[in-house]
Design a protein around this ligand. Structure first.
Ligand SMILES: [Zn+2]
Length: 401
C-alpha cells in the first residue's frame, strides 16, 4: 500500500473511534480519546518513535536527533458529527513521512504531536492542547465543567494526565526548530484553483460581537406600518448592509450565525432581535475598519427606524502570520513535488498553529478537500492529493536546517 493510501486507511480506522455509535464525536479526555491514543500511539511505536503523554494529555511521539526539535502535528479531537480528516490527517501525514525517512539522518529531532483538544467541544476552550505546549494554558480552565458537571481537572486525572503539572507540558522557544502542521483546507479555494495543496500565509484575525436591536412589540393586525418599531426588520436591513460592507473590502468575511427574535410569534411585531457577528480578515487594520463600518451602519439604521441598538463587543484575536522563511521552504517543496508554483492562501479557520506561534516559528500546508466541506461527515480528500502532501512534507524535512 502507498503511504497516502495507508494514511487514508488510518484516518478511516480512527474515524470509527467515537463516543457515539452513529456519528463521530471524540472530545477531550474521554474513553474514545483514550482508544484513539492506543491506536495512534501504537502506530507511532511501530514507526520507532518514543511515545509519551504530557500532563495536559497530548500524545507525543519522538524521534531523537541532534540539536533542536521540529514539532509536527495537529489535533485528535473532533467536533460533534465530524468528518475523519480535520485534525487526524495532520498527525497521520507527519507519522507517514517519518516512516518514509526511517533510514535518513536528519540534523534535528522530530516530535509528532496529537493535540488532545483543539475544537473545545467539551469545555468551550480553544486550542487547549497546544496552549499547554505554548505555556498559555489558563489554570482557571481546570475548574470548567462539561455538560455532565465533570470538572476538567477530574476528567484529565482519570484520563491519565496531571492537572497540577500542566506547566511541565510547556516547551521553550530555544528548544524548538519550528512547528509545521498539515491540515485540510476547510474551504473551496484550492479546489477552485485546481491545486492539490497550498501554503498558508496568515491565519486570519477575528472579531466577535453580539448585537441587539430593541424596538417595540405590538399587534400584527392593528399597528399600521408607519407606526412600527420592528426590531427584526432593522436587523434584516443591517444584515444586508453587513454583507455589502464585507464585499467592499477584499478578503473580509462577515457572518451573522445566530439570530433570536422576541417575542417570536406570528401575530406579534418583533420587539427584540439579538444576533451574533463574526468578522475575519488577514489584516488587523482592515478587520477593525470593517467593524467600525458595521457598527456605524447599525447606528444609522437604528436611528432611522427609531429602535435602540445594543452592541456588545465579545473580543478579538489578532491575525497570526506564518514564518516567511519556513513558508518559502514549504512553497519550494510544493514546486518541486508538483512542478507548479505553490498556491498561497490565508486560513480563515483557527488552528493549533495559532497558539504554537507564540513559542515557535510556524508553517502550514493545506490539502484540498472536496467542495471545501468540513465539520461534517461528508469531509473528503483525494488519495492523490494526500500523496502530494506527503511528498511536500518529506522534501520540506529534507531541506530544513
Ligand atoms: Zn482542525
Amino acid at each position: 500500500m502507498s503511504s497516502a493510501a495507508s494514511v487514508l486507511e488510518r484516518c478511516a480506522v480512527l474515524g470509527r473511534v467515537s463516543e457515539e455509535p452513529d456519528r463521530l464525536v471524540r472530545r477531550y479526555a474521554t474513553p474514545a480519546m483514550r482508544e484513539a491514543y492506543e491506536l495512534v500511539g501504537g502506530w507511532m511505536r511501530d514507526a520507532g518513535l518514543a511515545v509519551r503523554e504530557d500532563a495536559a494529555g497530548n500524545l507525543i511521539g519522538r524521534r531523537d536527533g541532534p540539536g533542536k526539535t521540529l514539532l509536527l502535528g495537529s489535533h485528535l479531537d473532533t467536533v460533534v458529527d465530524a468528518g475523519r480528516y480535520d485534525g487526524p490527517l495532520g498527525v497521520l501525514a507527519a507519522l507517514a513521512v517519518l516512516e518514509r525517512l526511517w533510514d535518513r539522518a536528519l540534523p534535528y529531532a522530530v516530535e509528532v504531536v496529537g493535540f488532545a483538544d483543539e475544537e473545545g467541544v467539551r469545555y468551550g476552550t480553544s486550542f487547549l492542547g497546544s496552549s499547554a505546549l505554548a505555556g498559555r494554558f489558563a489554570p482557571a480552565w481546570l475548574a470548567l465543567e462539561d455538560a455532565d458537571g465533570v470538572a476538567m481537572a477530574d476528567a484529565l486525572r482519570s484520563f491519565g494526565g496531571d492537572p497540577e503539572a500542566i506547566a511541565t507540558a510547556a516547551r521553550r522557544r530555544e528548544d524548538l526548530l519550528a512547528y509545521c502542521e498539515v491540515h485540510i483546507e476547510q474551504g473551496p479555494v484550492l479546489e477552485r484553483r485546481g491545486a492539490p495543496v497550498g501554503v498558508v500565509t496568515t491565519i486570519t484575525g477575528q472579531t466577535h460581537a453580539e448585537l441587539c436591536f430593541i424596538g417595540e412589540a405590538g399587534h400584527a393586525g392593528t399597528v399600521p406600518m408607519n407606526a412600527r418599531r420592528d426590531a427584526l426588520a432593522a436587523a434584516a436591513e443591517w444584515m444586508l448592509a453587513a454583507e455589502s460592507v464585507a464585499r467592499r473590502r477584499q478578503g473580509t468575511v462577515a457572518t451573522v450565525g445566530r439570530i433570536e427574535v422576541e417575542p417570536g410569534a406570528r401575530n406579534v411585531i418583533p420587539g427584540e432581535a439579538r444576533m451574533t457577528l463574526d468578522v475575519r480578515h488577514t489584516s488587523n487594520a482592515v478587520r477593525r475598519e470593517a467593524i467600525a463600518d458595521l457598527r456605524a451602519e447599525a447606528q444609522r439604521i437604528a436611528a432611522a427606524r427609531e429602535v435602540e441598538l445594543d452592541w456588545d463587543a465579545r473580543g478579538e484575536t489578532a491575525a497570526v502570520p506564518t514564518s516567511p522563511d519556513l513558508t518559502d521552504l514549504l512553497a519550494d517543496a510544493v514546486a518541486a513535488a508538483t512542478g507548479h508554483i505553490a498556491e498561497r492562501l490565508p486560513s480563515g479557520a483557527g488552528h493549533d498553529s495559532v497558539s504554537m506561534a507564540t513559542v515557535a516559528d510556524i508553517a502550514m500546508l493545506f490539502v484540498r478537500c472536496e467542495r471545501g466541506i468540513s465539520h461534517n461527515p461528508a469531509e473528503a480528500v483525494a488519495e492523490t492529493d494526500v500523496a502530494v502532501a506527503l511528498d511536500v512534507l518529506e522534501r520540506f524535512l529534507g531541506e530544513l536546517r
